[in-house]
Design a protein around this ligand. Structure first.
Ligand code: ATP
Ligand code: MG
Length: 559
């Protein structure tokens, strides 16, 4: 990637790596990995982990693996695997070699479990899950040894073989590491390392009916892959002594070191696959890629750019202190990118018909407007003007408020890039609704105002005949509360913003949008940044609002 990234100040993990490199540790190599469980779609928090793991490897000319931690087949699926691969690629990163799976190492992990038994460091335990919980004690109470703890090596080997052969029902027994039931660290109280699950696995089919616990698989997988710096989030700090115990007690090929950083949390949303899955399963959103979701696929569909998401992750930094990041910061990163890179266009979201009575019927005039006001290299666009136009209903007021900068009876406004028009007459239907404005244009105002000419303001418009029908989906934050999880007596779903999606059906966009492809992005003048959705049809474009032009929430919060 660019050199700029290489000159960024080092975060604490980079400092550790630089010192390791100076000391010649790991043969001067840097190997990281991103290890998602394929049990859901990735979210903005994972984006931070991806940027850190892949970005670190890039920065130090190392490699980063993509490894699916697939030890819990009942919750996992190929759909999630595919989505995760697509999301990592979309963010702009390449994993080293083929995608890897913890299940690739099931044979090795099984052999290591047998090794622990042979060393007298693991045993088959027949306590039920409830009993095991009771024996485990709690934070204040030391645990008690399982009555099965002192089984002989031979007996344990035989029982473990039976577990593997499918002789026992799920939950009948499990394999546990023999460490210390009185350890102040609960993770060291003889943790389970293998359990019976009579289920098919998406990668290994019906080969196994016992599966390693994540904690047993994770560190060893890192060791197999020669990961030099195992980067993970802080909640695994307490698990580190267990990972180290495994590595010390097994003939693993390498000794990876784990470093923890704080999870990314963003306000007005949730970053937990379990909760996001609830939103999907209970149809609060249209799917994992609903543009309101903080998922990478949702953000992509909404029009966020990979560069903006990467910049945001860079801005929030990598530390060990927990904190919640303002959604406004993510939105600002998006706005910043789109302001520079999105071509401009006009789109009328709630059309009001304007007839330019002194403009000849059937005549069309093509104005040339820049695609970007500050970037000439984007070139020009052609915008047709005709007798029948559409403007935004909101840009007209019959009774104008003070300081009104738009159209009102008798007033003149400039149509962006075209002429100044004056409103001569307001036409209403039987119900008293305004259905049309009759206006006149002033030919001497073509393109720009002659000296001394002062229209009231500038509004956007399209030619009624020469415009593209579209549906605009206006998205807002998914939750009304900064911390939807904050009140434990309430369900986070109680705080869903009822106005997080407003669909505007009869919008009309500038003719240049004809033929736009899903993913194309625009700034619609005066309204915000938008992206074409894959739901678009030949008859109508579907357009997602990515983000407004300004942070309207910041204003609300100040009030
Ligand atoms: P969730 O809590 O959403 O289910 P998870 O931690 O179970 O997430 P994994 O698939 O295990 O999800 O995560 C893969 C990697 O992404 C892990 O290394 C994990 O530490 C990291 N990660 C997950 N959530 C965040 C977050 N909010 N911020 C930073 N990194 C995260
Ligand atoms: Mg996890």
């Amino acid at each position: 990637m660019s050199n700029i990234e290489n000159t960024k100040p080092a975060n604490f993990i980079h400092q550790i790596i630089e010192s390791d490199l100076e000391q010649g540790k790991n043969g001067g190599k840097v190997v990281t990995r991103f290890p998602p469980e394929p049990n859901g779609y990735l979210h903005i928090g994972h984006a931070k982990s991806i940027c850190l793991n892949f970005g670190t490897a890039e920065k130090y000319q190392g490699v980063c693996n993509l490894r699916f931690d697939d030890t819990n087949p009942t919750k996992e699926s190929q759909e999630y695997i595919d989505s995760i691969k697509a999301d990592v690629s979309w963010l702009g990163f390449n994993w080293d070699g083929e995608v890897r799976y913890t299940s690739d190492y099931f044979d090795q992990l099984h052999a290591w479990a047998v090794h622990l038994i042979e060393q007298g460091k693991a045993y088959v335990c027949d306590l039920s899950p409830e009993q095991a919980r009771e024996y485990r004690g709690d934070f204040n109470t030391p645990g008690r040894n399982s009555p099965y703890r002192d089984r002989s090596v031979e007996e344990n080997l035989a029982l473990f073989a039976q577990m593997k052969n499918g002789d026992f029902a799920e939950g009948a027994c499990s394999l546990r590491a023999k460490i210390d039931m009185t350890s102040p660290n609960m993770n060291l109280r003889d943790p389970m390392i293998y359990r019976i699950m009579h289920v098919q696995h998406h990668q290994t089919g019906d080969k196994w009916c016992i599966y390693p616990i994540y904690d047993f698989a994770h560190g060893q997988s890192d060791a197999i892959e020669g990961v030099t710096h195992s980067i993970c989030t802080l909640e695994f700090e307490d698990h580190r002594p267990l990972y180290e115990w495994f590595v010390e007690n097994l003939p693993v090929p390498a000794q990876p070191k784990q470093y923890e950083f704080s999870r990314l949390e963003v306000n007005y949303t949730v970053t937990s696959k379990r909760k996001l899955k609830q939103l999907v399963d209970e149809s609060f959103v249209s799917g994992w890629d609903d543009p309101r979701m903080p998922t990478i696929s949702g953000m992509r569909r909404r029009g966020y750019t990979p560069a903006a998401v990467r910049n945001f992750c860079e801005m929030v930094g990598v530390t060990r202190s927990n904190g919640v990041v303002d959604m406004g910061m993510l939105e600002a990163a998006i706005r910043d990118d789109l302001d520079k890179n999105a071509p401009r266009a006009m789109c009328v979201t709630q059309p009001l018909k304007v007839t330019v009575t002194n403009y000849p019927e059937g005549e069309v005039e093509w104005f040339e407007l820049p695609k970007h006001p500050k970037d000439e290299t984007m070139g020009m666009r052609k915008v047709p003007f005709s007798r029948e136009l559409l403007i935004e209903q909101d840009d007209f007021a019959e009774e104008k408020p003070r300081k009104w900068k738009r159209l009102a009876p008798g007033d003149a406004v400039r149509l962006r890039g075209a002429y100044v028009i004056t409103c001569d007459e307001v036409v209403k239907d039987d119900a008293g609704e305004i259905v049309e404005l009759k206006c006149s244009y002033d030919p001497i105002t073509k393109g720009q105002n002659p000296e001394g000419y002062k229209p009231n303001g500038v509004v956007h418009w399209v030619s009624a005949e020469h415009s593209v029908p579209c549906e605009v989906r206006m998205y807002d934050r998914l939750f009304t509360e900064e911390n939807p999880d904050g009140d434990k007596s309430r369900d986070f779903k109680d705080y869903i913003n009822p106005e997080s999606l407003v669909v505007l059906k009869d919008c009309r966009a500038e003719i240049g949008l004809q033929g736009s492809q899903a993913g194309d992005r625009f700034q619609f003048e005066r309204t915000g940044y938008f992206a074409i959705d894959a739901d678009s049809t030949d008859a109508s474009l579907v357009i997602n609002r990515t983000v407004g032009l300004r942070d309207s929430w910041a204003k609300l919060q100040k009030k």
